[in-house]
Design a protein around this ligand. Structure first.
Ligand SMILES: [Mg+2]
Length: 197
């Protein structure tokens, strides 16, 4: 038995990344070098809540105009044919995810957002998905386009696939178990995942 479940990141993996993070940072007043959720977590109220509201506004707008990445529909169809469970894991808000799923008529067995667990790169949301699916992390594959995805999966004990799409991502490329140039490459990985994949 190979892969039992696949966890997909949303922005930049299922969809072309289109949240304008520079504009979010500018509107809230966050230094560009700092990840937004981690920065806001360190702020007192009402700054934290107000910042999250701004972020959600941008995420919602991005979801309403989102475009699917190449290969998503084919890969999800293949995954389902193989009886492999699916999960969506994102640092975004649940509201933006619901808009996006409806827009593209996508369905996942489990959806975990920042309202459900500490965000990636924490292993917590990946472990939560494993529990909800009833699948041991070692039988899961985490697919994402940035280091947060890979570190979160690794720390929880999953296999990991980094979607590079021609980008050079440095050391995280060696950390990931698989390096993908397109999502469609997942189909071969699934087909070749036998015992001890
Ligand atoms: Mg991403």
């Amino acid at each position: 038995m190979g892969i039992k479940g696949i966890i997909f990141d949303m922005d930049g993996t299922l969809t072309l990344a289109n949240v304008d993070l520079v504009a979010v940072n500018r509107e809230i007043g966050i230094p560009d070098s700092e990840p937004i959720l981690e920065y806001l977590d360190k702020q007192g109220e009402p700054r934290r809540s107000e910042g999250l509201k701004v972020l959600e506004k941008f995420e919602t707008r991005a979801a309403e105009t989102s475009k699917l990445n190449d290969g998503v529909v084919d890969v999800l169809e293949h995954v389902r044919e193989k009886g492999i469970k699916t999960a969506l894991l994102t640092r975004n808000s649940r509201r933006s995810v619901e808009i996006l799923l409806k827009r593209h008529k996508l369905h996942f067995d489990v959806v975990v957002t920042r309202e459900d667990a500490p965000p990636k790169p924490s292993p917590s949301p990946v472990k939560l998905i494993g529990e909800k699916l009833g699948i041991d992390p070692k039988d899961l594959l985490m697919v994402g386009d940035v280091h947060f995805d890979i570190f979160s999966g690794k720390a929880a004990g999953t296999k990991t696939a980094l979607l590079c799409m021609g980008r050079k991502l440095g050391v995280v490329e060696q950390t990931a178990d698989y390096r993908l140039d397109s999502l469609s490459e997942l189909i071969d990985i699934i087909n070749n995942s036998g015992e001890g994949w």
